[in-house]
Design a protein. Structure first.
Length: 62
């Protein structure tokens, strides 16, 4: 009960801190969701993406 009361007093009691909490939470959620989506895409397409096969097509002209 003390933890929920502390969180309420710190983040949700005033409208300004509530709005900032929502904005920061949305940005953090977006970053985590984007990173997770990219990781899933990379895993499903391993060996099919250009960065995985470009060594087969690039020549070393030195």
């Amino acid at each position: 009960m003390a933890l929920s009361q502390t969180v309420y007093n710190l983040l949700f009691r005033r409208t300004s801190t509530f709005a900032i909490t929502i904005m920061v939470g949305a940005v953090l959620f977006e970053r985590v969701f984007d990173q997770a989506g990219n990781a899933v895409f990379e895993q499903l397409n391993r060996g099919k993406l250009w960065k995985h096969i470009k060594h087969n097509y690039e020549s070393k002209d030195e």
